[in-house]
Design a protein around this ligand. Sequence first.
Ligand code: SF4
Length: 216
Amino acid sequence: MTARAHSTATTGRAHRPLDETTATQIADYVAKDPVDDLIAAGYLAGHDGNLVARQLRRPQLLQALEHSVCNAVEPDLNDFYREDLEPAVDWHGRRTQTVRDHCAVCPVRAACTELALRDRDRHGIRGGLPEEKLAIRLKTDADRLEAARDADTRAARTQAERVKAAVDVQRIAIMHLGSAPAATRAANNAAVRAAVQRRHELLTQHRLETGWAAAA
Ligand code: SF4
């Protein structure tokens, strides 16, 4: 599949412009739309792309990159990096062609840029941006990126807590299958109820923070 064919195939849905580009509005929108729908509607490639991508948590950005041109056609990675001692004029010509042939038609280029910035990765071309523009974005967006990295860390931690809570319910529920003294069964029932309550609280907290359909 060519890069252009891939892009067309994954952006078949019409791109609906956002009325306002406030962080809150976009965050609400992202929370309601699974990542695949955002990609299909072109939100990670259009002019809103950067604003949408910055609202995504790291797992969602990684999920988006599964739809990238790089993943679909596996281009020659040398096209994305300047060679040692390569004259600037040669590199500029090569990178212009790389951006035109790959990044410009990539349906998730905003996610690609955002992930590179969160990872402080400014080597080569990312999301259609060359090294010097990535370096500028790292400076101008420094505070926002730090907050996004913190939010990614918190999201990963709370996800681990939700998984553990779900596993605890299963584990405790099967601890005393079969015959057991009444007092033991009563204590086990109480432990199951507490575990279910903990799972419910974590899930409710997650939904309040991210919306009902968000993956975090
Ligand atoms: S934006 Fe460019 S570098 Fe990033 S995944 Fe797409 S084609 Fe690859």
